[in-house]
Ligand binder design. Structure first.
Ligand code: AP5
Length: 227
């Protein structure tokens, strides 16, 4: 493993990528780029990107590759990402994965690992059905697994907690279909490149976080041994 830590979080909607990504960002002190968060901020701010993305997101469809690729490419290329980055929700299609590989090659960099957070479809439906998200900053809670201290109010910034438009039951199912048809093929794509590390995502968030820490420690050890 090079000095840089260039990570991708892969997994179905609701697998806990955001929950673990936030933790990792704090632990590793690396920039965290979550395409869903970036797009939702653009929708809130009413930018051109947000206008384009909104209709796709509300339906649970993927936003076109060219829109997403440009958005992430410029972030990876920024000075704050010089020591590494954590990508959540990108890449999500094979063309996006190819574009990421091309961008990294152009920059003389490579991915360290792709962490697949694996959960079943039934668990996805359970988690997204109970998710509550704060309107101001997107902080995430769950009515059963991670409830806010005061119902309907974000613990962190006091703003209102709502159900995301794409967390309605029929949209959740469509997002899962999109995941299986367009994103799941990336599991084999990255496995072939020996970059894939499987994380059991069905456990409690702390247990998942511990498994990720152990995986990263193993990667560091392997990299040290290779020197
Ligand atoms: P995005 O926001 O990326 O949605 P997603 O991948 O479907 O992921 P989620 O945010 O729903 O879930 P998560 O895995 O982060 O889980 P979380 O930690 O919140 O994308 C939204 C849309 O944007 C897409 O549909 C698409 O339109 C567009 N888009 C984004 N990227 C794109 C791309 N690259 N290309 C094209 N379009 C793109 O956890 C879920 C819930 O479970 C929470 O309530 C949490 O508290 C709870 N929870 C988490 N971990 C656990 C646990 N271990 N046990 C119990 N509960 C848990």
């Amino acid at each position: 493993m090079s000095q840089q830590l260039n990570l991708v979080l892969l997994g179905p909607p609701g697998s806990g990528k955001g929950t673990q990504g936030e933790r990792l960002q704090g632990d590793l002190e690396l920039p965290y780029y979550a395409t869903g968060d970036i797009l939702r901020a653009a929708v809130r701010e009413g930018t051109e990107l947000g206008r384009v993305a909104k209709e796709y997101m509300e339906r649970g469809d993927l936003v076109p590759d060219d829109v997403i690729v440009g958005m992430i490419g410029e972030r990876i290329d920024s000075p704050e990402a010089a020591d590494g980055f954590i990508l959540d929700g990108f890449p999500r299609t094979e063309p996006q994965a190819e574009a990421l590989a091309a961008k990294l090659e152009e920059l003389g960099r490579e991915l360290t690992a792709v962490l697949l957070i694996d959960v079943s479809d039934d668990e996805v439906v359970r988690r997204l059905g109970g998710r509550r998200t704060c309107v101001e900053n997107g902080h995430v809670f769950h009515v059963e697994f991670n409830p806010a201290r005061q119902e309907g109010v974000c613990d962190l910034d006091g703003s209102e907690l709502v159900v995301r438009d794409d967390d309605k039951p029929d949209v959740i199912r469509h997002r899962l279909d999109q995941y299986h048809s367009k994103t799941a093929p990336l599991i084999e794509f990255y496995d072939h490149k020996s970059l894939l590390r499987r994380i059991e995502g069905a456990a409690a968030p702390e247990t998942v976080a511990e498994e990720i820490s152990r995986t990263l420690a193993t990667l560091r050890l392997e990299a040290d041994e290779a020197i």
